[in-house]
Ligand binder design. Structure first.
Ligand SMILES: C[S@@+](CC[C@H](N)C(=O)[O-])C[C@H]1O[C@@H](n2cnc3c(N)ncnc32)[C@H](O)[C@@H]1O
Length: 258
């Protein structure tokens, strides 16, 4: 059941999962965005899709505020929300004293912000975990001004690519030799799998699945961008195990308009 009443435990479990990871989230590869080529690659993807003008941006599921940092560096005015107080605490601390940012404790599926109040909505690694995606997309559409942009970064975390399966085996071998990385899901992976199994996109978030849902609520000009330049930038500074991690899943960048 995916109704708001029926999924209340699921949402609690999702919130609890991320709250427990808040202190170490930035230590796991792929979460923190280091200055240098990786920061530049993420910034380029945002600039390309949002344009050079400063925008009123609603950032959904800001977590520890890494994408927030990118958006602020590009001169946007950011409302960054998350439903985990623990995650927001890290983000607030990271951006203490920064201008142009407001943090909000709210549900990304139903933020209750006014109609047409944003030029853009941006999120990284949220869509796969939506419990009611169509209702959420419809809500996001409502909050955008006409012509406003929805931009998200996500991937299919259920099915590794063929190369990813090979990379996965090599990572497992490295884990045995040098020990597991305690921050890369580690002991919580059983909980992660349990949550995945109960999500609408738990069996895979793909472009093919998400496009018609966005179109059905009124989004148009849907463009798919490649995550390749970001992954290449990540590989430039990563160790072998993390370089292999960039090959595991099919990631994509989706941008569309109201
Ligand atoms: C994988 S983390 C991504 C954090 C951040 N977007 C990033 O890329 O660094 C997922 C985040 O989504 C948040 N989240 C998940 N579902 C949410 C919801 N319905 N409303 C608000 N936040 C949500 C979690 O609390 C967590 O901070």
């Amino acid at each position: 059941m995916h109704g708001t009443r029926g999924n209340s435990h699921l949402k609690e479990d999702i919130r609890d999962y991320w709250s427990r990871r808040s202190e170490t989230f930035d230590l796991a590869f792929g979460h923190r965005i280091p200055e240098g080529p990786e920061f530049e690659a993420w910034a380029a993807a945002i600039r390309e899709n949002l344009g050079p003008e400063p925008r009123r941006v609603l950032e959904l599921a800001c977590g520890t505020g890494e994408v927030t940092r990118l958006l602020l560096s590009l001169g946007h005015e950011v409302t960054a929300l998350d439903f985990s107080e623990a995650m927001l605490k890290v983000a607030r601390k990271k951006h203490a004293g920064a201008k142009g940012v407001r943090f909000l404790l709210a549900d990304a599926e139903n933020p209750m912000e006014p109609d047409e109040s944003y030029d853009a909505i941006v999120c990284r690694h949220l869509v796969w975990t939506l419990t009611t995606p169509v209702e959420a997309f419809s809500e996001w559409h409502r909050m955008l001004r006409p012509g406003g942009i929805l931009l998200f970064f996500d991937g299919d975390w259920a099915a590794p690519t063929r190369l990813g399966r090979l990379a996965g085996r090599a990572i497992a071998l490295l884990d045995k030799v040098i020990g597991t990385d305690p921050h890369y899901d580690g002991a919580m992976s059983a909980r992660h799998a349990d949550i995945m199994g109960r999500l609408p996109f738990g069996d895979g978030l793909t472009v093919q699945r998400v496009q018609p849902l966005l179109a059905a609520v009124g989004f148009r000009d849907i463009k798919i961008g490649s995550h390749g330049p970001i992954a290449r930038a990540q590989r430039r500074k990563a160790d072998l195990r993390n370089r292999l991690r960039t090959l595991l899943y099919r990631r994509f960048i989706l941008c569309c308009r109201k």
